[in-house]
Design a protein around this ligand. Structure first.
Ligand code: UD1
Ligand code: CA
Length: 434
């Protein structure tokens, strides 16, 4: 970690082009808010990370404090000083080298930031040549020197045709910011204080301004829901590659959705169409096609196809088959092969859950536990009306409604009505046959 660089992340804007009641930087990519990712990259380089907030600031701060401690939050006076230049007005970096980045660039990585630090110019700014530059500020360059940046809304037709754009990352010296930020004006189409105007003023004073050419794949700004989806595709690809490099087998990886909080251990297999969410751990397991796993732990198990593990499920040495839903349950050495709902349950070694078994865990007001011991054979179509506790070595007959209570070891539990046979009923009812 370098201790001589401050990083400022601008996250105070509304993001009107997102057309959302939620602040732009809180929109999620691979299960985490996009601001999480730029802070992650910044934190890998320095301990002085300053995040500028204003719009929905309490929500933004609370969201980031879930992941990070020791961030400095600065509130922008966005009413009187709107814009990216206004955002810089209250910032007090610890160090003289200050890197500024927009909070809507989730694809940025540590290596992307480090490129700026090697350059000795007074200001280093990121530029990308784009086939379609619309939405970005255009960079006017002459003889390799940046003259100024023109925002799209202020650009002439001629300037709009420039396809070299400002990616939104800059390395400044603190004293350069101290000189020019107070001189910014809001005489432009948006009535905002543009950080980008520092460039033209610094240029007029003969400071050196170096353009650093960067790749869109790391510096893409998210301004719309389309950009959000495109950035998620790129991020998801990185996540899958990382886990495949670590030894995970993926079939048709482009169909697999894996969030940032997911971890794998050992040689796991993930089949096509699987969705893995939240803080999930998959260890030495096989997840079959089209299963969904949320906030769960799966060890030495196989799950699916088309199974659903909802939050706080913990499986060890367990087989979960198709159309089985598990929620907030711990299953150790269990087989549940088909069509079941197991919620708020603890089931122990050697127990077999027949097709169609349902834990009736909710009475409309409260949730109740189902506890099943070792080697319990649960017949098909059993309802377990919780709270229910079944000791080891018990057999439950198919079709049984196990009412709430405690059941001792070495018994058969059976609830069935006696079969009646009514001769001639069919032909009388339908009026045909013999
Ligand atoms: C900005 C640049 C533009 C560049 C583009 C790259 C300016 C004036 N323009 O435009 O040249 O091509 O980024 O993506 O800087 N923010 C605040 N306070 C505000 C306004 C914005 O903190 O008052 C934050 C936003 O939360 C966002 C970032 O600054 O994270 C960029 O704001 P945005 O409105 O997206 O700027 P662009 O119009 O994209
Ligand atoms: Ca932007």
């Amino acid at each position: 970690m370098s201790n001589s660089l401050s990083i400022v992340i601008l996250a105070a804007g509304k993001g009107s082009r997102m057309k959302s009641p939620k602040a732009k930087v809180l929109h999620e990519i691979c299960g985490r808010e996009m601001l999480y990712y730029s802070i992650k990259a910044a934190r890998e380089i320095t301990d002085d990370v300053i995040v500028v907030v204003a719009h929905q600031k309490d929500a933004v701060i609370a969201a980031m404090e879930k992941y990070y401690t020791g961030l400095t939050f600065v509130t922008q006076d966005a009413e009187n000083f709107p814009g990216t230049g206004g955002a810089m007005m209250g910032v007090q970096p610890k160090y003289d080298d200050v890197l500024v980045l927009n909070g809507d660039m989730p694809l940025i990585e540590r290596s992307s930031i480090e490129k700026f630090l090697a350059n000795p110019a007074d200001i280093v700014m990121s530029v990308i040549p784009l086939d379609n530059p619309s939405g970005y500020g255009r960079v006017v360059i002459e003889n390799g020197q940046v003259l100024r940046i023109v925002e799209e809304k202020d650009a002439s037709e001629e300037e709009k045709a420039i396809n070299t754009v400002n990616a939104g990352v800059y390395a400044f010296k603190h004293h350069v910011l101290q000189t020019y930020i107070p001189r910014l004006s809001n005489a432009n189409a948006q009535g905002e204080y543009y950080l980008t105007d520092v460039i033209e003023m610094a240029r007029a004073d003969a400071l050196s301004i170096a353009p650093l050419y960067v790749e869109e794949i790391e510096f893409k700004g998210v301004n719309s829901k389309n950009d959000l989806a495109q950035s998620e595709i790129i991020m998801m690809d990185r996540i899958r590659r990382t886990w495949m490099d670590a030894g995970v087998i993926m079939q048709l990886p482009h169909t697999i959705y894996i969030e940032e909080g997911v971890q794998f251990e050992g040689e796991c297999i993930v089949e096509n169409g699987v969705r893995l969410c939240g803080n999930t751990l998959i260890s030495h397991s096989h997840i079959k096609a089209h299963s969904v796993i949320e906030e769960s732990v799966v060890r030495n198990s196989d799950v699916g196809p088309i199974a659903h593990l909802r939050p706080l499920s913990v499986l060890e040495g367990t087989h979960i088959g198709n159309f089985v839903e598990v929620k907030k349950s711990t299953l150790t050495g269990v087989k549940a092969g088909h069509l079941s709902y197991l919620g708020d349950a603890t089931i122990d070694e050697g127990s077999n859950i027949g097709a169609g078994t349902i834990t009736c865990n909710y009475d409309g007001i409260k949730k109740y536990q189902t506890i099943i011991g070792k080697n319990v054979f649960v017949g098909s179509d059993t309802q377990l009306v919780a709270p229910v506790e079944i000791a080891d070595n018990v057999m439950i007959a198919a079709g049984t409604t196990v009412t709430a209570g405690k059941y001792e070891s070495d018994i058969l539990i059976l609830s069935r009505t006696t079969i009646k046979k009514i001769p001639g009923f069919f032909s009388r009812f339908f009026g045909k046959g013999n």
